[in-house]
Design a protein around this ligand. Structure first.
Ligand code: IPM
Ligand code: MG
Length: 371
């Protein structure tokens, strides 16, 4: 019997209500697949600030350190307490800190538009081509997010004091190589194509990125490699999304393009993600979170789509616990539930026959029943 320790950090906004549905599903998985998942909840984000004065309380970090994986909700409420400095706000002090602390350099964001949701896709059917099925592989611990110096300073410019902000984009060869390995490895299990994204016509980082990925690509002769400038990639995603299999991106480009790709799949509420570190002794530590954020406008109303959180739990079972069959069972249950017509508000259209709008709880129950 497999067992695992999981730190459950729901966070803010819709985090707790979508997490409740994911936990519901994991409880069904325990029975069905005879696994023991020890789930321990701890506060993070504004919930951490309220409970212990910091976005990532010491006790929460300690729990993560003794767990095999982190199931994460979402953090950050832009309208809360502007007096708290930006370095202590949840986005940086909790989420980015966890990514860095655990060396979670590989962020996988699978974007798939289910056939039944073709209507939720903003593109006309002829543009959807053979369908949207993209894996965004985003570098997560380097680039503009973490490069130093990173600061806002005061300088004298034309005789007056002005403020100047500096962020630094920096990548070393090994950082590019390890994320490229992840992308090529993933492509081998899919349609064997990697599109590497850069800005090699302007940025030093882009030139190095392209050289390193090209050289590494020779080790993967069975995978087709192509390069796109990031601006062109943003356009191609809208014009012809079916051309993409795996998109390999540095941190900032991946942040932007993965939201764009998610919109093609109907809703941000459907997009799970896995943030993985290095594998040691056959175990991969990971943080699993929906890509959608806290959605404060609909929080606490039983309106949020829990599917991204539930699919994130499936990714956790697959990557951190090697429970492929259990992960696939969840993914199939989600697909069956959508096919059966259950829709949260974000993916509901009154023009679609045989569907009905339900709340977070009800769609969670339907997925649990489909399992
Ligand atoms: C994401 C989010 C985060 C990021 C924010 C909340 C810091 O947008 O995971 O894509 O920019 O990485
Ligand atoms: Mg983002």
């Amino acid at each position: 019997m497999t067992s695992g320790d999981i730190a459950v950090l729901s966070g803010d906004g819709i985090g707790p209500e979508v997490m409740r549905e994911a936990v519901k599903i994991l409880r069904v998985i325990e029975k069905k697949f005879s696994v023991a998942l020890r789930l321990t909840e701890a506060p993070v984000g504004w919930a951490g600030i309220d409970a212990a004065g910091r976005a990532l309380p010491e006790a929460t970090l300690a729990l993560c350190k003794k767990s095999h994986a982190i199931l994460f909700g979402s953090v950050g409420l832009p309208d809360r307490d502007p007096t708290i400095p930006k370095e202590e706000r949840p986005e940086r002090a909790a989420l980015l800190r966890l990514r860095k602390e655990f060396g979670l350099f590989a962020n996988l964001r699978p974007v798939k538009l289910p056939r039944e949701l073709a209507r939720a896709c903003p593109l006309r059917p002829e543009r959807q081509g053979g369908g949207v099925d993209i894996l965004v592989v985003r570098e997560l611990t380097g680039g503009l997010y973490f490069g130093q110096p990173k600061k806002t300073e005061e300088i004298t410019c034309d005789g007056r004091r002005v403020r100047r902000a500096i962020d630094t984009m920096v990548y070393s060869t090994p950082e590019i190589e390890r994320i490229a390995h992840v992308a090529f490895g993933a492509a081998r299990l899919r349609r064997k194509k990697v599109t590497s994204i850069d800005k090699a016509n302007v940025l030093e980082n882009g030139v190095l990125w392209r050289e390193v990925v090209t050289a590494l690509g020779k080790q993967y002769a069975d995978v087709a490699l192509e390069h796109l400038f990031v601006d062109n990639a943003a356009m191609q995603l809208i014009l012809k999304p079916a051309q993409f299999d795996v998109m390999l991106c540095e941190n900032m480009f991946g942040d932007i393009l993965s939201d764009e790709a998610a919109a093609l799949a109907g809703s941000l509420g459907l997009l799970p993600s896995a943030s993985l570190g290095a594998t040691s002794r056959e175990r991969t530590f990971g943080l699993y979170e929906p890509a959608g954020g806290t959605a404060p406008d609909i929080a606490g109303k039983n309106l949020a789509n829990p599917i991204a959180q539930i699919l994130s739990a499936a990714l956790m079972l697959r990557y951190s616990f090697g429970l492929d069959a259990a992960a696939a069972a969840i993914e199939e249950a989600v697909a069956r539930t959508i096919a059966a017509g259950f829709r949260t508000g974000d993916i509901f259209s009154s023009k679609e026959a045989n569907t009905r709008q339900v709340g977070s709880r009800e769609i969670g129950d339907a997925i649990a029943a489909a399992l």
